[in-house]
Design a protein around this ligand. Structure first.
Ligand SMILES: *Cc1c(COP(=O)(O)O)cnc(C)c1O
Ligand code: SF4
Length: 491
């Protein structure tokens, strides 16, 4: 331990430990820990591989994109730079990756875009983190850039609004499915567009394959949603999603927060944003936005109500030292951040990748809350996993870190059953890939079905789905075997 002359003088003068200045007390504590004999190490020491979640990418990693070479840190961290250089067209993608990828890849993207349910929108931050030596298998490429090769015949049961949100919507932009919580959708834009978005029926503008419903980012359109919430005393919990709270200008974010906190029965609010995963610098450089969020959190605390941020990291590859700084900033301001991931083939469906993600999030004080079984949305069949695979992963993950940092693995039951523990199915057949869930808190008269992607099934299961005329019989058989024939299947 290094003590300065001044330290030594103070130590000699002090009557007891607590009279010492903090910096010396800290040194003394460390010194006393170092000098202990450890009687018996019952476990082997771990290697750096097991602690890699503590390493955060530093330096000017964006310089690997030729167009960003020489961009100073300050400019790259500026949210205006991120917005200005966001890739919204394939031609821009082509321009930025010239010399990094072959034309075959760009051709694949062009063809992929014609079938994709989501538009292209990729931040310079994400562009700079993709491994352009192998974009085909890169976990960020998989999430944000469609390629023709990835499209496979979708399961016959895929539908656009697979969660049936539109059926549970009392006014535009509001979903009231559960007893005491609502989902408020004040806008339909995000800083990036995820290929697998469950709300591809509305988010991100029309594409060549989908005409969308719109959620207007306009306060006069929100009035009905606020009035509905105020009129229903059972509602205690409001999820503000979309779209993405990153895209709300500070005044509107503040306004939404202030109005909802004024409703006496509203006790909990969460702002949902993918932002920290794809543009973490906004939290550091857009003080007006961050302050608006912090103000709403503080106003809530004053009123005895909880306001938190829910975000959406899917892999450790999205996390850099900028993210760590941003999450530290929010932590110091007293903002609780929780994470909801989607389980995606090729992105986070191995124990190693999922554990690294969970540990990295925990290390930044971001609490892993949910891992979603991939919803049954069209155009994303290459990204889904089977229920069997998800349950195995859940088993492997439970116990690797604190229980409160261990995510619940859930299936949002197709057709509006709501979230179910993925392993809580009432019936599951690994061969047909059919799982059946009851959801008593949402509707105890119904049965909800989820279907594994066909290419994840064993050969005999794949064969069964080849013949369209037996699909109904497969489903009816599953319902019969579940023992819940008396309930009504939502199909
Ligand atoms: C997910 C969701 C919520 C919030 O559910 P939690 O399990 O509390 O996170 C609320 N409403 C709808 C419609 C949802 O899909
Ligand atoms: S950020 Fe969320 S709402 Fe926006 S495209 Fe991605 S998954 Fe959909």
């Amino acid at each position: 331990m290094h003590y300065t002359e001044q330290d030594i003088y103070l130590i000699e003068e002090a009557d007891n430990f607590n009279d010492l200045p903090k910096s010396i007390r800290e040194k003394k504590i460390l010194e006393s820990l170092e000098n202990q004999d450890i009687p018996n190490h019952i476990k082997d020491f771990v290697g750096s591989e097991e602690l890699k979640h503590r390493e955060f990418l530093q330096g000017a990693f964006w310089e690997k994109i030729p167009a960003f070479r020489g961009v100073p840190t300050e400019e790259f961290l500026d949210i205006k730079f991120q917005n200005k250089h966001t890739v919204r067209k394939v031609t821009k993608l082509e321009e930025l990756t010239k010399g990094l990828v072959d034309t075959k890849f760009v051709d694949e993207v062009k063809k992929g875009m014609q079938r994709a349910p989501m538009n292209l929108s990729i931040s310079p931050y994400i562009m700079s983190l993709i491994d352009w030596n192998d974009p085909w298998n890169d976990p960020l490429r998989i999430q944000f850039i469609p390629i023709e090769k990835g499209f496979r015949a979708g399961h016959p049961k895929l539908i656009l609004d697979s969660l049936g949100e539109q059926n549970d919507s009392p006014v535009d932009g509001l979903v009231h499915r559960y007893f005491d919580k609502v989902l408020f959708l004040p806008l339909d834009v995000c800083p990036v567009y995820c290929r697998f978005c469950t709300r591809s029926y509305a988010i991100g503008g029309n594409t060549e394959s989908v005409d969308k419903l719109r959620f207007k980012n306009a306060p006069d359109k929100w009035k009905k949603a606020f009035a509905y919430i105020a009129s229903r005393p059972e509602i205690e919990d409001v999820v503000i999603s979309g779209g993405d709270a990153y895209m709300l200008v500070p005044d509107r974010l503040r306004m939404i927060g202030e109005i909802l906190l004024e409703i006496p029965h509203v006790r909990r609010m969460r702002f949902a944003s993918k932002g920290p995963a794809v543009m973490p610098m906004k939290i550091l450089s857009d003080a007006a936005w961050t302050n608006a969020l912090v103000d709403v959190v503080n106003l809530g605390r004053e009123k005895g109500k909880e306001v938190v941020l829910h975000t959406h990291f899917n892999s450790a590859n999205e996390i850099t030292d900028i993210t760590r700084e941003a999450m530290l900033h929010l932590f110091r301001k007293g903002v609780t951040v929780r994470n909801q991931s989607v389980l995606i083939r090729g992105v986070n469906n191995t124990t190693e990748r999922m554990v690294e993600l969970i540990r990295k999030l925990s290390y930044m004080n971001v609490q892993p809350y949910y891992v979603y079984q991939h919803d049954m949305v069209p155009g994303t069949e290459d990204m889904r996993t089977s229920v069997k695979e998800t349950v195995e992963l859940e088993k492997a993950v439970r116990g690797v870190t604190a229980g409160f940092n261990t995510p619940l693995f859930v299936t949002d039951a197709p057709g509006g059953g709501g979230k179910r523990d993925v392993h809580s199915y009432d019936y599951y057949d690994e061969i047909t890939g059919i799982s059946i869930y009851r959801s008593p808190s949402v509707d105890d008269s119904k049965l909800y079905l989820y279907f594994d992607p066909i290419d994840s099934l064993p050969p005999e299961g794949q064969k069964l789905w080849e013949d369209e005329s037996v699909h109904d019989a497969l489903i009816q058989n599953a319902i019969k075997n579940s023992g819940y024939q008396s309930l009504e299947p939502v199909l």
